[in-house]
Design a binder for this molecule. Sequence first.
Ligand code: BG6
Length: 483
Amino acid sequence: MKTSAFSLVMFGGTGDLAMRKLLPALYQSFLDGAFEPASRVICAARTVYDDAGYRAWMDEAVKPNVTDRFDEVRWQEFLQHVLYVPFNATDDDAFEQLKAILDAQEPNNQRVFYLAVAPSIFELICEGLAKHALNQNARIVVEKPLGHDLASCIEINDVFAKHFKESQIFRIDHYLGKESVQNLMALRFGNSFFEPILRRDYIANVQITISEELGVERRAEFYDQTGALRDMVQNHLLQLLCFVAMNAPARMDADSIRDEKLAVLRSLKPWTLEDIQNNVVRGQYTAGISQGKPAQAYIAETDVPTNSLTETYVALKTEINNWRFAGVPFYLRTGKRMPKRMAEIVIVFKSVPYELIGKMPAGSNRLVIELQPEESIRMYCLAKRPGNNMKLGAVHLDMDADDFFPERRMDGYERLLLDALRGDLSLFVRRDEQEQAWHWVEPIIDVWQEQNIVPKPYTSGTWGPPAANALVARDGHNWHEEL
Ligand code: BG6
């Protein structure tokens, strides 16, 4: 799809996100021809630079993060599209200056504002933009954390809604930018044989895992206030759940897709106190071995209070109360300092109705969709072992996406930025979806707080606290790695 000329204003232009993800992603889009000659990236931040000074900073700070297709000549050409404006959201003159820069661009450039800044200044920026009529016909792109609970999420969404229509607001969940996540829709709705078996009659359980090897790194200030439930479950894990469980949308347009995702979120089984106590496991990593090296405990990490009770791991069991999935356990888990970095969906099918040929161990039939680091699909089944009797053995059918499609895959941010520049909302989270996700997650936060539920320890480099194994074992199931 063609990208028309744009003026993309990036607030937080010297921040970590711009440096590590956004600017490298824009360079890749530039290489792919997404920049018309009139397109400009206008970076705004507090540091005082002129355009040349900022470009020199990019050379030092951003260039090392371009890990793919780097070419010095093309990089210099890309830099010519980048401008800089010193910007302080409390200063009205800064908006004047920004407006002057925008007005000096081609009048038909699509204006897009990317808020790569702390949520505490969202309101100031939105008001400043509106006061200078910069919100008209523009798009605004925002990222989590959009609130730390339902009320604060509504508050932030109200701020946006005051100055922008919903169709102008692009809420990023970077998981939706991943090729492999979009491929879930292609697999499900582009083929005929998955859909009929994706229902309660055939499925024993569904497991969705996002595991990381890394610890909290240098993000303790943010992470210790946030924890895994807010950081990963409320957004990424629930979005994956939606893609696995949604019905086929009426059309492939943004609202039809988001309507179906919302229907899944609305059908999630409401929590009872007992459910939260029994079916949610909260964990925190202790010292252990990670990536072959000794790793320290979460509470020993830089900037983490030694008495921190923030969870770095969550495993939970839920159900989807609709006709397709009622009664099927969905196990979701995510954590830092786990044995490997991986995002994976495992659909475990029920056993045959009776043992005609031989024993069929639980979990023998399962579909494993690996989303990262590799993109693959593996179907586990049973086949006859060679010999003069009828004995079954485990085999699997494999599809590795790289074998079929060797072409380069876009990074999540690259795809989402391009979509925002083109105005396609399909891979962005709508307000009602996001608030519904908070609505479902919030009782867990409340119960943890009210009942003083502290995280259970798990050793760095393991799959989480033993209670997470008990969670599935109680129902007669096993996590995929145990099968
Ligand atoms: C972010 C979380 O949203 O996702 C991080 O804030 C986490 O804590 C990251 O590390 C994981 O993303 P990915 O794409 O590396 O799986």
